[in-house]
Design a protein around this ligand. Sequence first.
Ligand SMILES: [Fe+2]
Length: 337
Amino acid sequence: MRPESLGYLVVNTASLDDWARYATGQVGMQTADRTSKTLALRMDDRKQRLCVRENGGEGIEVFGWEMANADAMQAMAARLEKAGVTVTPGPRALADERRVTDLIIAHDPLGQRLEFFHGAEVAPDDFIPGRVHSGFRTGPLGIGHVVITVEKAGDLRPFYVDVLGFALSDYYFDPFEACFFHVNPRHHSFAFIATGKRGYHHVMMEHWSFDDVGQGLDLALQVEGRIGVTLGRHCADYVTSFYTNTPSSFMIEHGWGGASIDPGTWVATHRKEGPSLWGHERSWMTPEGKAAARRLAIRNASDGVRKPVQVVEGNYRLNPGACPWWDAVKAQSGRGS
Ligand SMILES: [Fe+2]
């Protein structure tokens, strides 16, 4: 009875105009609705997935976790209350604002507002991306994943695992401590990084086509200071991505090729490869920090760490084996799986 997916987010900003330009022109979302102080954005068949509030703030005000139905939402309310967490029923007006049938409100141990909802409204008209691209991988996987920073890793893990029912996907300690959690076949829908400071790191949105990411990279390179993390590939979920800075002091990761796991059989492991197979230079790191991260990735390369690309029906074409030498090597070593 855990949430099914990350269903929506509400973010704070000082500039709605900046967000409107960024969300449509860079990310490729669609403006669903706009008032003087709010912006509602679509990324699929839902009426909205991201709400932006111009209130002078930054970061992510609300994580909206989707429950299967009303019973599951009430079961979550009971579970939270049993754990001593205050649960508030969402007023009708708020449910209408969120475009859902019903919701409850609670806060995690660090004060993060969480909403658990069911019955998201589907738009009658097609999604029209703000820039031409082939769509986002959402549906039962939700909008993607959200990553926050915390002071200490122990601050949140018991709540998300024992109370909310999130399952640990992986964790690592080098070059920083991080824990990843899944609620569906997406490798992680939520993660935290122990940096010594509470904050919002990034939201990952996964594109359908690999070229959607590369074409977004070209757009980002036109804007001074837009890129937060360069192109690279993650060890944990195999996503190839780059990150841009949003107008809300966190980043959006523009990804492709995320792995699907089987939550029924998945066993969490301690990952020693660090965050990335290659690339992903973090703009804010010191030269020493960048050099250390690069050494870790180069060690991965020399250790032979290679992962197959993760594709879905319709976004790849399988070439026939065309090199007898490689086919023979592959057959002997089991490589290429
Ligand atoms: Fe990510």
